[in-house]
Design a protein around this ligand. Structure first.
Ligand SMILES: *Cc1c(COP(=O)(O)O)cnc(C)c1O
Length: 383
């Protein structure tokens, strides 16, 4: 199916984010069905995209919410997610954020360190509450993705390392206001080598045995998110292979009777439904390089500058013969470059150029740098 564009594109100011809610709906439906086949619960990672129409659709599919800030917890609750389907992760939760989540009585805090555990206990006790916690463990599994989005190695700031776990468990057993409900891992993002998840499932089984040897049973296993999408050829894989992904955990996790399994997907659910639409301001030819200068920049989509990530760039206006362009934004930074030596049809001022697969970690990371206006969001299709 070709990219759907708004009917009034010719008069619409650019840049703007375009969301295909029909595709989002198909993606959520595929994820829901595959998760259900293995009795796995899905929590949507709000940080990938927290726009209201997107959250509404996610919530309607019965998913929970995975939050990494107090404002995300609030946004999830305001969007209709039930408190007992909200989890709160993050390596640096502030007291105010913890208190807000305690008062909302969310389902679970994914705790990332001993000092955090002590503070959650203290704040819960002060409010006469008992907090459910899962320990976020660092399983030391290499996600084989970009090092900026790898989180499950011992050198990363996230999670509790195995060497520290015995002390954390001793602490936990002394704290009266926290209740251990499970273990949590999240090893990174944009994981396309699915054997990584097989390794992870094996590690989670080992971790579970470690707890059981100490006489601790875990009612919940949360294996995090990270399923990747096809940035190179989005149209070939608009909907990720959820059957294979959930199948791995369904097959390999050693699940105890009554135990619940959770995943936290962000990117895989929303990346392909979003497109950044821009126009070409200028084509600037120098001796070495031909630049296509867009009216969208790193203020709208920072992923190429931040993670050297690739987004497919398409010129929707010109049918001409292909030439090579460095496609750049207008921001006063050399890293404001979307792609170098990109083959595009002969490109001119005013052409509509899109950056595909921009629904996750796109609009949410936009900034007002250079006093830029916030790009609009346009929604097409629907349930
Ligand atoms: C970001 C994040 C996720 C979602 O990651 P994706 O790669 O978008 O699936 C899940 N869990 C935690 C704890 C996260 O921080």
């Amino acid at each position: 199916m070709p990219l759907q564009l708004p009917a009034d594109l010719s008069t619409r100011p650019t840049p703007f984010y375009l969301y295909d809610l029909g595709l989002l709906n198909r993606t959520l439906e595929a994820a829901r069905a595959a998760a259900q086949a293995h009795d796995i619960q899905v929590h949507y990672a709000l940080k990938a995209n927290s726009n209201a129409p997107i959250l509404a659709l996610v919530q309607q599919h019965g998913f929970g919410a995975d939050c990494v800030s107090g404002n995300e917890v609030q946004r999830a609750l305001d969007s209709g997610f039930a408190p007992d389907h909200v989890v709160f992760a993050g390596v640096g939760k502030s007291d105010a954020e913890i208190i807000r989540a305690l008062d909302a009585d969310i389902w679970c805090f994914n705790v990332e360190s001993a000092p955090e555990l002590a503070i959650v206990d203290e704040l819960a006790g002060a409010r006469g509450r008992r907090a459910r916690v899962a320990l976020r463990l660092n399983p030391n599994v290499d996600a084989r993705t970009h090092h900026y989005i790898t989180t499950g190695l011992e050198a990363n700031k996230f999670g509790i390392n195995m060497t520290d776990l015995p002390q954390v468990m001793e602490l936990l057993e002394r704290l009266p206001n926290v209740e251990l409900v499970g273990l949590h891992v999240h090893i990174g993002s944009q994981i396309t080598d699915l054997s990584v998840f097989e390794t992870l499932a094996g590690r989670v089984n080992e971790l579970q045995q470690w707890f059981e040897h100490r006489g601790t049973r875990l009612p919940h296993l949360n294996v995090g998110g990270g399923l990747g999408v096809d940035y190179q050829a989005p149209d070939a894989h608009l909907v990720p292979d959820f059957a294979r992904y959930f199948g791995i955990f369904g097959r390999l996790l050693q699940r105890r009777p009554g135990q619940q399994v959770h995943v936290e997907l962000g990117r895989a659910l929303v990346a392909q439904c979003g497109t950044l639409v821009s126009r070409v301001l200028y084509v600037k030819e120098s001796q070495q390089t031909r630049f296509a200068i867009l009216d969208a920049g790193m203020t709208e989509l920072i992923r190429p500058a931040l993670y050297q990530s690739y987004h497919r760039i398409e010129n929707l206006t010109s049918p001409g013969p292909e030439r090579l362009y460095d496609v750049v934004g207008p921001i006063c930074e050399s890293s404001d470059t979307f792609g170098r030596q990109v083959a595009l049809p002969e490109t001119r001022r005013g052409d509509v150029v899109v950056l595909r697969t921009a629904g996750a970690y796109g609009e949410v990371m936009s900034s007002g740098y250079n006093l830029r206006d916030k790009a609009a969001a346009v929604y097409l299709g629907g349930a």
